[in-house]
Structures are given as C-alpha cells and as structure tokens.
Design a protein. Structure first.
Length: 182
C-alpha cells in the first residue's frame, strides 16, 4: 500500500491510499505487478514509464500496452510523441512531462494514473476469470443433455464425418507420386 498526496486545484491537498502490489528497486524505480499481462515500471530518474510483458509476448499483451499508454496520454501523464518501443524486446515506454507548477509531484500523478488504469481494467479481467471457471465447470461437470454414459453410444462400422477408405484432400493424390522417381 502506497500513501500519496495529490494536489487538487489551488493548493488543496488530498491524501489517497492506493493498494498496489508494488515495490521500490535499489535505484528508486517503482515496480508495479498488479496487472495480469504486464509489469509497469515508473522510473523517476529517467522521467519515464515502461511496460514489460509478464510471460509471453503476443497480440493481447500489445493491446494492453496500447490501452495503457492511450489512457495515460488522455490523462496527461505521458507525452504523446514520446511513446515508443523500449530497448527490451516487447517493452513500450513513454516520457513523463515536466509539470508547469513546480509544487506538483509528477511521479505521484503518474502513480495515480497507473492506479486508475488498473482499476479500470479490473472488471474485464474479473469477467475473464469467471468465464474460464464457468467453461472449466461446463467441460468437467456437463449437464445430462451434454453427456453420455460409457457404453450408451452403440458401435457402428461408419461413424462421424471421417469415412474409412475415403482419401482426404491433402492426401488424395499421394498414390500418384509413388514410384515416379527415375
């Protein structure tokens, strides 16, 4: 849990408690692990935010990174022109702009922006988890209409869509290639 103070309006301060799975690295970076597909790093010394894929890099990871930086662009947390691929494969980074008011802590603002994005993404991932549980339950415990007992289906010479002796498309002419070598 991180305590940050956010300045709203004319020097009015509000204390917010953010619950994040985060830690601080030795060089002062804030590492955030709350998202299911990406890790987020706020680098105060370099004034940038970087995202890394957790496990494998695929289209869904890129989509999350794209949504993340679009969200931060709309909130004014990162510069529009600064978003680019990072020097680590599959990472994307964006620069945190300087604040016009020297009393505004841009890193607290960035941390709050990351927190807001994670809160916005939570319902989607909760839905996906519930859907996967429902699908697993459907396959593991099928209804009476969707299942048969062992031995209930009678045997037959020909069953299903694959008929014995019928040559399927990729193999149907392979017999013509046999013995043609010189």
């Amino acid at each position: 849990m991180a305590d940050i103070v956010v300045t709203i309006g004319a020097k009015q301060k509000t204390r917010l408690n953010l619950e994040l799975q985060a830690r601080k690295s030795l060089d002062g970076n804030i590492l955030i692990f709350d998202h299911k597909e990406i890790d987020i790093v706020i680098m105060p010394l370099k004034r940038k935010i970087v995202t890394f894929a957790k496990a494998e890099i695929n289209d869904s990871v890129y989509e999350v990174q794209n949504r993340f930086f679009n969200f931060l662009k709309r909130k004014g947390v990162v510069d529009y022109e600064s978003i680019r691929g990072g020097n680590v494969y599959g990472s994307i980074e964006g620069l945190i702009p300087e604040a016009a008011d020297p009393e505004i802590n841009v890193y607290d603002y960035a941390l709050y922006g990351v927190y807001s994005f994670l809160k916005e993404e939570t319902p989607y991932y909760n839905y996906m988890d519930e859907y996967e549980k429902m699908l697993d339950d459907y396959f593991v415990n099928p209804t009476e209409a969707d299942s048969t007992e062992l031995g209930e289906v009678p045997q037959a010479v020909e069953k299903g869509s694959i008929r014995p002796g019928y040559n399927h498309e990729p193999y149907w002419m392979s017999y013509m290639l046999e013995g043609k070598e010189k």
